[in-house]
Design a binder for this molecule. Structure first.
Ligand SMILES: C[S@@+](CC[C@H](N)C(=O)[O-])C[C@H]1O[C@@H](n2cnc3c(N)ncnc32)[C@H](O)[C@@H]1O
Length: 221
């Protein structure tokens, strides 16, 4: 049981409704074009493979903000004991349709009931950038507590120092969310202050295939 309350983002309902609206287009995009699928992006696939190799056989993995379940299913195929969770119930409906043998549930990163030292790994794969700047550190601290000593956290996010308001996404669907971009040094500091030790950082610099930052961090033993 988590005794540490996390502040509820003021826009959580707007973000949830927005992802519910784009969920079908997003799932269609990933499954038909390969965009958003690690299998078609060598650097992202390598990062997830490094995470999988590091946590394999160590216990349960939680893919927070799993969307239509692409990475959850990839990790399950690799033999990991993985569960996906997402704020959007429509994303989870798509995940269950696409990967009926995988485990998924609906929930917010800010409201997960995580047992201390219960997880071998946590993913926040392109899924934490909607969290307000003051909320992200609280969520990361909850992940750090939930990881077993020696467990790993893998995250990917957008780089910058702006808060970008999105009003449409994935094929012109109306949305209302803010993308909070992070400068790499600030992002690493927030991760460290949450109690995790960064072990690797990958900068994605190609505008055509998508820029961003991947960080893997460990809960110190
Ligand atoms: C860009 S998608 C990425 C989905 C998936 N990780 C992938 O790589 O395909 C962002 C996902 O984060 C989810 N999300 C946003 N805020 C969240 C929150 N507070 N808790 C859980 N999931 C959240 C959205 O519903 C959406 O499915």
């Amino acid at each position: 049981m988590c005794a540490h309350r996390i502040d509820r983002p003021a826009d959580l309902d707007l973000v949830r409704d927005s992802y519910d609206r784009v969920a079908d287009n997003y799932a269609h995009m990933v499954t038909t074009t390969g965009a958003g699928d690690i299998r078609s992006h060598p650097w992202l696939k390598a990062s997830v493979d490094a995470f999988a190799d590091s946590v394999k056989d160590s216990g349960p993995i939680l893919d927070v903000g799993c969307g239509p379940g692409t990475v959850t299913a990839y990790l399950a195929e690799r033999g990991l004991d993985v569960t996906g969770v997402d704020l959007s119930s429509r994303m989870i409906e798509n995940a269950r349709r696409l990967y009926p043998r995988c485990r998924f549930s609906v929930g917010s990163a800010t409201e997960l009931d995580l047992e201390d030292a219960s997880l071998a790994g946590v993913l926040g794969w392109w899924s934490l950038f909607n969290l307000p700047r003051e909320v992200l550190p609280q969520v990361l601290a909850s992940f750090a507590r939930a990881l077993k000593p020696g467990g790993f956290f893998l995250t990917a996010t957008h780089v910058g120092d702006e808060d970008v308001t999105r009003t449409e996404a994935y094929g012109g669907v109306p949305v209302r969310w803010t993308t909070h971009k992070w400068l790499p040094e600030q992002f690493l500091t927030v991760i460290e202050q949450a109690g995790l030790r960064p072990v690797a950082e990958l900068r994605l610099l190609d505008e055509r295939s998508g820029t961003g930052l991947v960080v893997m961090a460990e809960r110190p033993a």
